[in-house]
Structures are given as C-alpha cells and as structure tokens.
Design a protein around this ligand. Sequence first.
Ligand code: GLY
Ligand code: MN
Ligand code: MN
Length: 462
Amino acid sequence: MPSTIPYAQRRAALAAHLGPHGIAIVPTAPTQQRNRDNDFLFRADSYFYYLCGFAEPNAWLVITGDGKSTLFCQPKDLEREIWDGVRLGPQAAPAALGVDAAHPVSALDTELPKMLENRDAVWYPFATHHGLETKVDGWLQPVRGRMRFGALCPDVQRDLCAVLDEMRLIKDASELATMGRAAQISAEAHVRAMQTSARMLRAGQEVREYHLDAELLHAFRHHGSQHTAYGSIVAAGANACVLHYRADAGLVHDGELVLIDAGCELDGYASDITRTFPANGRFTGPQRALYDLVVASQYAAVAATKPGARFTDPHEASVRVLAQGMLDLGLLDTNKVGNLHDVIEKRAYSAFYMHRTSHWLGMDVHDCGSYTEPAERGQISERKDALSGETIKDRPARVLRPGMVLTLEPGIYVRAAEGVPEQFHGIGIRIEDDAVVTDQGCDLISRGVPVDADAIEALMRA
Ligand code: GLY
Ligand code: MN
Ligand code: MN
C-alpha cells in the first residue's frame, strides 16, 4: 500500500495556512458521461488527490485549522461494487488513508453545517467546480440560522487554490520520485515509437501516425501508467506545423520528420516529452540544420534553468539562439527584419516560433502555480506588444527555486510560404524535456530518450 505520510504532511501544511478556526472543503472531480451508459475514465481532482491520494469518485475532504481531516466517500454497497468495483468505504478509510474520520457522502449536507459552525473562514477552490459556491451557501444557511443561539458563522470565504497552488509548485520527494518514473516510462515509449518507425519503413511497410501512437500507448500501459497525461501528438511531415495536431491517420513518409509530443500520467503525475526524428532514421541536410538549431536553443534554455533565475530566462535564452539561427539559415532576411536585436525586439522570430518555451509540470500537464513572483506583484511595467500593438502589463516573473518542475520545449515550425527557403518547407521541430530545478541548476528527468541528432540516428539503426 502506498505511504500515507506525504498526504498527512501536506494536510498538516495546509491546516497551518487556514488559521486555528479555518476550515477547507475540497471536492474530487465529477464523473463525466461520454455517451449513453458510458463514462469517461474517472480521474480524481488534482487538489483532492494531492491531499489524500484517494482515487474514487464522489468524495470530499474537509480539513480544519486544528489539523483534523474528514473524508466523505461512497459507502460500501455490494450491488454497486458488483457493477463498478470495490469501494473503500468510510469504515476502512481512516486506517487506509490516515484521515481522522470518514462518513458516507450522503451525510455531507447534515455534517457540513455542523463542521462550519464556529469557524471564522471557509476555504474552497474558487471557479473550478461548477455550483460549489451554491453548495457552500446552502451549508452556511443553517449555521447563520443558529447565530441567534450564539453560534458563529464564517464571515470570510477564501480561495483554496491560491494556497494549494503555491504548495504544489514545489514538489516534495515523493512527487519527484513519481515524476521521475513517469518521465522514464515516457522516454522509453518515445524510443519504442522511433525504432518502430524506422523498422517498419525498412521492411517496406506502410506507417501511419496511429501505428506510432499504438507503440506509445503500449509502453505507457505496459509500465502501469493509467492514462496519457494529455492527447498525444503524433505528427508526420508538415502536420508538425499544426501545434495542437493529434495522433491521426497521416502517412509517415520515408524522408520526412515525425514530431511526437506525448507523455504518460503515472499515479496522478504528468510527464511531457517531445521528440522530432527522421521517419527512416536519417536526417536530411536541411532537416539536420533546423534540428541542430533547436537542440542548441534547448541547451541554452537548460543552462538558464537554475535557482535564482526567472521563469522567463530559459525562454529568452532559447529565443536568442533561434532568432540568430533564423537569420543565419535565411528564414529571416536581415534586409527586411534587421539584426538579432531587432528580430527579438519586434518579435519577428514568431513567424517560426510562436509559443513559449516552458510551463510548470506536475499533477496537471500545464500545472498550477503563479508565473509571477508573489513578493513583487506590485511592480507593474507596461509595454506595447510589437505584433498586436496591445498594451501588456508585465509583473516580474517567478524566481526559480529547487523543487519546481518546468518543461523546456523550444521549436521551429516552417510552413510553406513565399520568401521562405523551399528546402525548409513543411518542417516542424520541437524538443521538449522535463526539468527539475535543483540546488545547482536543473536535472532533466526525461533524457531516457536522447536529443542529439547522432544519438537519435544511432538508436534508430538499432
Ligand atoms: N503537450 C502539451 C505541451 O507541450 O504543453
Ligand atoms: Mn509541454
Ligand atoms: Mn508537450
């Protein structure tokens, strides 16, 4: 059975934020119907799971400022368990999960008003669970009714996300261990897909994007991952220039590149890896020129990812390398766009690199956590965006600290267009790794699959 210790520690840390008379209410995710009699695979709410590791639907966690936690969960029910599977039930929950008490979820409406009485503040996640505010209102009404008998009713409602986002931003040892395993599984899946592509083409077989997607899924599930962390992108040839392309039926042509952006979710934690490789295992000259540029830009991002740096530093480092490369390779014409400084200032590089280099990674693939430095939120500077002309309010970016996890995913996407060298038309490249900020710099936990072109060619020959 997994240890309940990290969850108890997180609940205790949260309780310390609530104040002695505060109370927090955390629902898990709702089940969602896919079509008649058929639900989407259930996934627990990330905040809820973070605090108790309980994966059944229809459950709530209540934590009070004195550190006590109460779970509301589905009762044991043989009839339902025959159809849907075993339920933990409230009787077994305290020993299994380390919570102090547990009740059937049907008791929520009678227990919550009692638990809310004589509290000063009630915390719950704002704007994440449809109708939750109304439910809290409903539980507060009877408490208010009892005020004439001397009861106190909370007069402050606070957003639980704000405190949990900050906690989740710094991963603890147990989270880092799970994320490391998830990244290792995903890396293995990428290697498998690359090798399958080269092997099938060598054997003269037709290769489609879904064949490679199947290899990814095989590796994910074979190693116990419950789900993909997001919809896998398997993009053959020019499909790679569609940023949100999904694995479909496109033909993988000998001589073209394939971009795969795929990661598994393991025990509630995401991995997020992109590799771009030649379908047949050998880069052409133009492919290699662009590929090496993206690799160099990623190395620049890696070097910029260290404690004390800002969240935006890896992006800026990548952009500098990419922009210079675009000038050197003739994607951008100095006569039209000026020098490197101008290309960056005017964001001319965004014709070929239009997304950011990083996002937080954790339970959610685009994980929670503020991208601005909390202590410096008052320092607002205004600028006019070079492309849209919009006025943007900037706040100082987040300072990186050990335990934060972010992706480093520069890319270059060259659609066929007039004035763009033809040899690069239809090439889309992204390289994405998962970086844990350490005391000295960062640790790339997804490098079980290589990025250097020679290493990719070598493994695809194998
Ligand atoms: N796969 C989603 C992303 O890279 O952000
Ligand atoms: Mn990503
Ligand atoms: Mn990705």
